[in-house]
Design a protein around this ligand. Sequence first.
Ligand SMILES: Cc1ncc(COP(=O)(O)O)c(C=O)c1O
Length: 379
Amino acid sequence: MAEIQPFQVMEIWNRAKELEAQGRHIVQMQIGEPDFTAPDPVIAACIEALKQNPIHYTSALGMPRLRHAISLHYRERYHLEVPVSRIAVTAGASGALLIAAGVLVNPGDEILMPDPAYPCNRHFVRFFEGRVNSIPVGPQTQYQLTRELIEANWSEKTRGVLIASPSNPTGTMIAPDEMRAIIEAVQARGGVTIVDEIYQGLTYASDFASALAHSDRIFVVNSFSKYFSMTGWRLGWLVMPEECVREVETFAQNAFICPSAPAQYAGIAAFCAETTATLEQRRGEFKRRRDFLVPALRELGFSIPVTPEGAFYIYAGIERFSADSGKFALNLLEEAGVAITPGKDFGMNQAERYVRFAYTRSLADLEEGVRRLRKFLAG
Ligand SMILES: Cc1ncc(COP(=O)(O)O)c(C=O)c1O
């Protein structure tokens, strides 16, 4: 545990809550979850299931009906054939990432990841005595790993690569050609690619095909938390190569017995037409927020060299204002009542120069946040 850091964004959240309890109004721009609640059909399906069904353990890989619904989702929305047998329902993307690390990482194995990246990932690898080689990435590569970077950093200990598209904290994506090149390079070296697609569906230029379009021998992580606005339900899924199904099942049985049954009943309704209509409206709302906030922050002097295309984050450079993003975020919270996340939550690579804004609050809140920022920076 000495090597596992606390989740800093939660600490800022705690401080923001303390200030709110003292009567301060805080503009929350640090939270990585949608302000929307689960769509009505999802809630109705859960209530109905509680009334009609005994809530017992399910299969460790998830209820067949939900696994079918996920497979159908890939076919109808992304024109991809993903057999039900390769889909495991999990306790959020977190459960999927833990399982993937558990079945893939042996002591001493190395996993390549970009820096900055989602903070928990390096810890998942550490849990299984592996180590992460965090490769610094910047605006030149959209803050993402490339085939060249992977080839240059591959060693005989490297077991694989973990990437996210769109990414947290940068909201940037890996172009389809690059994704294919990465998967091919990793496979040529006998390694395994894990792609975290938790922000699938939350893209604002075009919908993107899953990395599963390039190979059926990769691991893909997904979740009901973000696009489906179901963070607290703790539901996600993992797509795995056919030959790993038995190991994933064994791991999942031991670690979890099964994913939450009420959440699984609800998850089936996450793909119905009414839910999709609601979620697409919300996607439009996120796009409006991004289209407001990116130019507003640039105008205030934050550097945003790559326009984020997905998720709901903006990774902004603060070099015009401060050389210490932790202090900057804390001062901003205490003095102006705006909560953001300092870069150090996401790695070591120039973390002092960056902060992350989340646009998971209403446009009116974001406008108020920008007003407060302007005043704070002028003072
Ligand atoms: C990139 C990424 N992966 C995984 C997760 C975990 O999400 P969950 O377990 O709620 O599905 C998050 C949460 O913010 C994330 O940003």
